[in-house]
Design a protein around this ligand. Structure first.
Ligand code: TXA
Ligand code: MG
Length: 313
């Protein structure tokens, strides 16, 4: 299959309508989309990414009314979160309608819904004229792509089209909140923090780390967010690295690194992390040192969550 590159959102939307796969930018990371109601197209996402079939997808919408075609009920907490944060980097999990194919949600009776906050994505989703289910547009197990070039690196020849957009501003995946139960549960940390969520819905709890066999957010049990290189978390500056190492963080160092990126602030660190991992893999780096940050008030908590997952692997 030839993967087309385009900057034309209407053209990319038409490919979705006829059952194709299109990678598209969002404010978080690039997604790999298909028509949520086209079973064959949705199944093709799993093949293209080599994604385990037990990992459910998020539906992306451009209009609030589209929630009615996906969810069988909107809980009070969900309504408040949607009102406060849509469009934006938040995914809300709701009970799913029977008309949504089971393949999209990996057989779960719930569905994640999110409305991205990027003009190009809105044009694309409007042209698609259907909710678009999309995981991150990486090969399964690789870091999420934050540029269209990173999508091409992983999926060239495996998908129909890439809608070329800007590099992702946030660079980490959306915050995921399960709103299917009485008490909403924060399943995945992201740019919208627990503190911000609790200002709207005070009783949100953090996922208590449900059984590793049946995690609430199945994706979190899969190898994820990781480069090929080994990731080591360091406090302060790493001055004595192993050979063939790289460093990303906030503090300048005298250490002999093959490659390094000193970021100006936590936001820049977050939106550079996944592309830095990819660059290290291109360079054949063996070990990546990631500076641990104490400031977890804003996006820092999500950043440390992703780094620790990669380091634990
Ligand atoms: O920012 C994002 O969320 C990006 C962009 C493209 O929107 N998407 C993304 O998708 O990160 P993905 O598939 O890589 O991660 C989705 C996460 C996974 O951990 C998955 O298990 C969880 O959300 N998830 C999706 N639907 C779920 C459901 N019904 N119940 C529980 N967890 C769900
Ligand atoms: Mg992913």
């Amino acid at each position: 299959m030839k993967t087309e590159l385009t900057t034309d959102a209407a053209y990319a939307g038409a490919i979705i309508r006829r059952g194709g796969l299109v990678a598209f930018a969002t404010e978080t990371v690039y997604g790999l989309g298909a028509d949520a109601f086209n079973e064959v197209a949705v199944a093709n996402i799993f093949t293209a990414k080599k994604r385990p079939a037990d990992n459910p997808l998020i539906a992306h919408i451009s209009r609030i009314e589209q929630i009615d075609s996906l969810a069988s009920a909107i809980t009070n907490a969900a309504a408040k979160l949607i009102d406060a944060f849509f469009p934006g980097p938040l995914t809300v999990i709701l009970p799913k309608k029977d008309t949504v194919p089971a393949v999209a949600t990996a057989g779960l009776n719930s569905i994640g819904i999110r409305m991205p906050r990027l003009g190009l994505t809105e044009l694309f989703l409007t042209a698609a004229a259907t909710p678009v289910v999309a995981p991150s547009a990486n090969l399964s197990g690789r870091p999420s792509p934050t540029t269209w070039q990173a999508v091409l690196e992983d999926l060239d020849g495996r998908i129909d089209c890439i809608l070329q957009g800007p590099p992702c501003i946030i660079g980490l995946e959306s915050t995921v909140v399960d709103c299917t139960g009485e008490v909403p549960v924060l399943l995945r940390k992201g740019c919208i923090t627990a503190g911000e969520l609790r200002k709207i819905v005070p009783d949100i709890v953090a996922d208590s780390g449900s059984s590793p066999l049946t995690p609430k957010s199945p994706g979190l049990k899969h190898k994820h967010y990781s480069p090929r290189a080994k990731v080591i978390v360091v406090k302060g500056s790493a001055d004595d690295p192993e050979p063939n190492s790289a460093l990303i963080g906030l503090t300048e160092t005298k250490g002999a690194f093959e490659h390094k990126l000193i970021c100006r602030n936590v936001e820049e660190y977050a939106h550079s992390l996944f592309e830095f991992y990819r660059e290290c893999d291109r360079l054949g780096i063996d070990t990546i040192y990631c500076e641990s940050i104490d400031d977890t008030a804003d996006i820092g908590a999500a950043l440390m969550d992703r780094i620790e997952r990669a380091a634990k692997r």
